[in-house]
Design a protein. Sequence first.
Length: 137
Amino acid sequence: MKKWRFILIVGVLLTPVLIYALREYNRTNADTAELKASIEIDALSLLKDYETDEGFANKEYNGKVISVKGRVIKIEDTGDTKRVILGDGISMNGVLCEFQDTEYEKLKELVPTQEVRIKGICTGILLDVVLIRCVIE
């Protein structure tokens, strides 16, 4: 009898943990198109903020959904991901935008030097400021 009582108590205690673990395992990212941008900025200002004071810019932009307006410098297709680099074409750095799969058809319409507004999640700066899960607005 004690054995069954122990099994029942352990089962009752572990069930919520297992349900939570399964939900987390199967969770997907929210579609960026449905998220509201908390900041609207042009690409050159964003890049300047990071070059001037990276610590401040990290606090201001990292992990946030931002909407960036700028000129397309380069469109890259690496096979796994599609990227657009926004900037002025003069400096070596820019804003690198990695796109969601749902946006691949819209990317075919973009051409270099075109002005565009892109929404994505900022992850900081490497050589370029990086936005992930981007969509064209």
